[in-house]
Design a binder for this molecule. Sequence first.
Ligand code: C2O
Ligand code: CU
Length: 451
Amino acid sequence: MALPRGVVPALAEPAAPILLQARPGQMLLREPGKAETPIWGYDGRVPGPAIRVKRGAEVWVRLENRLPQPTTIHWHGIRIDNAMDGVVGLTQEPVAPGESFDYRFRVPDAGTYWYHPHNRTWEQMARGLYGALIVEEDAPPDVDRDLLLIADDWRLDAAGKIDEASLGSLFERAHAGRLGNELTLNGVSLAELAVRSGERVRLRLFNCCNARVLQLRFEGLAPQVIAYDGQPTAPSPLPDGKIEIAPAQRADLLIDMTGAPGSKAAITEVSNERLVAGRFVYTAEPRLERDYGPLRLPANGLPEPNPANAKAVDLVMTGGAMGRLRHATYKGQEIGLRELARQHGQVWAMNGVAGMPETPFFSAKRGQTVAIRMVNETRWPHAMHLHGHHFRETPTANASKRPPWRDTILLKANETRTVAFVADNPGKWMLHCHMLEHQAGGMGTWFEVAA
Ligand code: C2O
Ligand code: CU
């Protein structure tokens, strides 16, 4: 299988696939003593197993579908071979119940990535299908502990079952998306993460919520961000002491655990009111005293966009509740909003098109820089995700202060932002809102990069 880029040394191929069963299971998502919740998970649990590989290695996963509906796996943030991108209707057929599918691809970039279905994503992720994909650096940074912190909010009914009435509902599509009422970290309520006083932790943070933008604080600690969406960035403290992380985004934090042995430090979610989401729990061991190597992660060497010579395109987002969308093109037909909403569940449009257009949003030559000006003309935030590539926000006047690479960018209501990337990965790629009810409600398009 060909490498997307020429820079990465090929490692030995795995001899056998990792088996991942997408299947129903039971998880205790609430406090101990309460009833378990029936979920869908990889290997029946949430989060699914974390897959760890070395940069440049081949990932070989055999997905077995034991769900009652078709599914796929999308490897979010990986600059992947297009045929392995997992998008139903664009890059592959859905994997039917009882069937399996082999994903085989190389991982060109070190960093923090994840996997999830790309069929009825709004339902399958809400039921718990996601897991971490960690690509290790050639020389990992000098830390004592590498922790995953995978956040999700669940919408549960009083009995602790997943609230099914709200799954994909028109109301949720037209508003903020389906927000939960139970926040879990690593699949448990009030997660406790064991740490030792004095040590340096790399915390890999994931937002796996369908739609909630999280703001997390690490009480009494001073984390530094060292990567966004898998790609290294110059270490910097958290603005206002908190990290804002939109659905699908990741952030790698470096945290010096300065608390005393035996103490605790709360992880709080502060987007709404302050809510304790989990805790670091210091062991009784004496404080670790040692010196550390450099903070900075090695760059993955992504190609720099050339804004001066870019193909410029506009993506105008309209619709949603309190929006002014009157009609849109849906499957090639001009349809009024009422029919669009009631019969097709479509409430958003991008460039006047609701849902996947029949022709690409744009076509790029391989290696061409593309600049997408995203214009959010709605009253709602959107977390826009580009497949197969990472982008930077522009303009990048000061080269030493370039905005970070990202694969998902949050646009607040009425915001306009421009991102640029080198379209060097051939194939058909999606660009969509990762607030999954918005995607289902029309906010998904695609572009093509010539071979
Ligand atoms: Cu994480 Cu198109 O998705
Ligand atoms: Cu959205």
